[in-house]
Design a protein around this ligand. Structure first.
Ligand code: NAP
Length: 298
């Protein structure tokens, strides 16, 4: 149990609601900031302002999946205004206080380092990224259906990258009856794609494969879908970029050529916030229980 453990949840979206529910079930003392517009209340939780003294008791701080922007502001769909977190605020927490975030950035790394607090970026974990790839790809399916006038079945789909999201996308779109081509840079991935019964190619040959492509799904967070690649695509093709901002597509050129290209961040939180929240909640809980065990031993 998390009895006696003090946790602040700062901002976020419907995924945080699942986490808060779990924390309450496990008897943690939960403080919320950035939830002032939530239309129902958790009776067991306490709403607080960032300048309150409660901060001195915190064992853990939970940030949203998006973490902070590069100036330290935290987004919250239930917040009246954005919350700011900085090194001075973190320094007021006890030394053992851990900071959990979905993804990190230079700002967050910097303030945690300056304050000497451990930062745990959850999306770096394989388990979360793999579970999370399921709602991501369900969202990708939804977007492909919405933005094309042909079936996925019997269409030619290129998937770039065979990481956690790429692998799930390749499997899912293949199961829908599409012909799947997967672009990678490693020979081991090339072999794996072949083993999966799909068609591999090396990224260096991407432009040679786009001439008959109906849908291109990018999961590589580097500019790989260049003007040269887009130039070869048929005009009805649809590019769905799942990679983190700013994506890997030359959107300017796609627009100039009249090819529909969309960057689609945060799909799990959009299409399945409850499932995505549960995925996060179960891992956060496990990590908090481990942290508490360590803290209790010291
Ligand atoms: P991942 O497991 O790290 O996979 C990334 C893939 O990109 C790998 O195949 C990797 O190949 C390839 N790659 C990376 N850098 C490359 C480069 N310079 N040249 C060629 N290939 C490169 O990541 P993931 O978990 O699948 O996530 C993929 C992206 O989707 C990330 O940007 C993530 O933030 C984002 N994401 C978006 C959503 C959404 O809702 N849109 C949801 C979840 C994740 P190697 O193995 O050869 O490095």
């Amino acid at each position: 149990m998390l009895t006696g453990y003090h946790i602040a949840v700062l901002g976020g979206d419907a995924r945080q609601i699942e986490i808060i529910r779990k924390l309450n079930e496990w008897d943690a003392t939960v403080y919320l900031a950035g939830f002032d517009q939530l239309n129902y209340s958790f009776t067991e939780t306490v709403h607080f302002e960032m300048d309150e003294e409660i901060v001195q008791n915190l064992d853990a701080v939970l940030l949203p999946v998006s973490g902070t922007d590069d100036q330290g502001y935290i987004d919250g769909v239930f917040a009246k205004e954005k919350i700011l977190i900085d090194a001075d605020w973190l320094k007021r927490t006890p030394e053992h206080c851990r900071v959990f975030t979905g993804i990190s950035n230079d700002y967050l790394n910097g303030i945690c380092k300056e304050a000497g607090r451990e930062l745990i970026p959850l999306m770096d974990r394989d388990d979360i990224a793999i579970y999370n790839s399921v709602p991501t790809v369900e969202g990708a399916l939804m977007m492909v259906i919405q933005h094309t006038d042909f079936t996925i079945h019997a269409s030619n789909i290129i998937i770039l990258g065979l990481g956690r999201v790429g692998m799930t996308a390749a499997r899912t779109f293949s199961a829908m009856g599409a012909t799947i081509f997967v672009g990678v840079r490693k020979s081991a991935d090339y072999a794996r794609i072949s083993e999966m019964g799909l068609s591999p190619f090396y990224l260096t040959e991407l432009a040679d494969h786009t001439g008959t492509c109906d849908v291109l799904i990018n999961t590589i967070p580097v500019r790989v879908v260049t003007a040269e690649v887009i130039q070869q695509m048929p005009s009805h093709a649809f590019i769905l970029d799942l990679a983190s901002k700013p994506g890997g597509t030359d959107f300017r050129y796609a627009e100039k050529r009249g090819i529909k290209a969309l960057l689609a961040p945060g799909l799990p939180g959009i299409v399945a916030p409850k499932s995505a929240g549960r995925i996060l909640a179960s891992v956060v809980l496990q990590l908090l229980l481990e942290s508490k065990r360590k803290d209790d031993e010291q």
